[in-house]
Design a protein around this ligand. Sequence first.
Ligand SMILES: Cc1cc2nc3c(=O)[nH]c(=O)nc-3n(C[C@H](O)[C@H](O)[C@H](O)COP(=O)(O)O)c2cc1C
Length: 349
Amino acid sequence: MTDRPTSPPGEDRKDAHLRICLEEAIERPGRGNGFDRYQFEADALPELDRAEIDLSTTVFGKRLAAPLMIGAMTGGTARAGELNRILARAAEATGIAMALGSQRKMLEFPEITRTFQVRDVAPNILLMGNVGAVQLNYGVTADDVRGLASRVGADLFAFHLNALQEAIQPEGDTNFKGLIGRLERVIPEVGVPVVLKEVGAGFSRKTLRKLRHLPFAGLEVAGVGGTSWSKIETYRTDSWIQQMTGARLGDFGVPTAESLGYAVEELPGKTLIASGGIRTGTEVAKAIALGAHLVASALPFLKAASEGGVDAVILTIRQFIDELRTICFVTGSPNLAALRGTLRQEPRP
Ligand SMILES: Cc1cc2nc3c(=O)[nH]c(=O)nc-3n(C[C@H](O)[C@H](O)[C@H](O)COP(=O)(O)O)c2cc1C
C-alpha cells in the first residue's frame, strides 16, 4: 500500500489536477523527450544581424510572432478561470498561440463557460478549444462540440486522445470503441479546423496510419518526456491497483522527437504541433528543424502563472523566444525555414 495523499473529498477534478501538477513530481525524469539525440551544427560566421532574424510564422491562418503555443490546460473552476486569463493576456502581449483545457464541463454546467472565455483580454491570439475524443462515445454530439468552439471564439478545436490517463482515473471513460468512425463524422461539423492531440504519451506510427484518412487539419504530438498523466492520476485514485499501474506506466508511450518524426513522414500536408516536455528554446528550435510548424509547452507556463502571474508568464515566453533567436543566430538561420537541415542526429549509444 502507498501512503501518498489522494484528493480531499469534494475537490474538483480540475483543481486537483492543478494542485498535483504544481506540488508533485509528475514529470518524467527517467525518459527524455528524445531531442537530446539531435545537435545543431554551429556556425561561427553566421553573416546575419541577430536583430533581423525573423521568427514569425503563419499557422492555421493567423500570424504569430514566434512558433509557440501555451498548451491545453485549464478552465472550469474559479481558479482555472483566473489562470486562463493570465495565460491569455501573456499570449496576447507576446503574439503567441494558446490552447484551453477540456471544455467538457461546459456542457453540464453552462455557467462555467466564462472560465474559458478569454477573447476580451486576448482578441487577436490563435486560440484552440478542447474536449476528449472519447466523450463522443459518452453522449457528446457534433452540435455540442460546435457550440464549445463557438462559445469561446476558438480558431481551431482539439480532440484529445488520452487512453492511458482514462485507464488510471478512478472515474475514467475507457470505452474507446468505434471512435475513428465517430471522429470521421463529427470533425467536418465542428465549424473550425480540428487538431487531434495526445496528452503526453505521443502517437506511434501505428496510430497515425489508423487516423491519417480523417478530415482533421493538424496533429499535436504531446509525446513522452514531460508531464505524465499516468503519474498525475496516481495522486487522485484511492485504488492501490490503479496507483501501481499508473506509476509503472509513468513513461509509457512515444518520446516527443520520435513521434514528431513519425508524424512528418505519415501526415504530409497536416499542420504539426510538437509538444511533450518542451522546456527550452533550443528544444523549440529542434522541433521546428525536424518539421513542426508550431511548438507547445504546458507545465512551465502553469508554474509561471501560478507563481508570478502575467509578468512571469511573459518573462518565460520571452526567454523561450530569446533562446530560439540565438539558436537561429549561431546556426546561421535567418528564419525558421532555414533551421531545417541544421540538425545532426548523434548515433545511438
Ligand atoms: C495542469 C494541466 C492540465 C492539462 N489539461 C489538459 C486538458 O484539459 N486537455 C488536454 O488536451 N491536455 C491537457 N493537458 C496536457 C497538455 O496539453 C500537454 O499535452 C502535456 O501536458 C504535455 O506537455 P508538457 O510536458 O509541456 O506539460 C494538461 C496539462 C497540464 C500540465
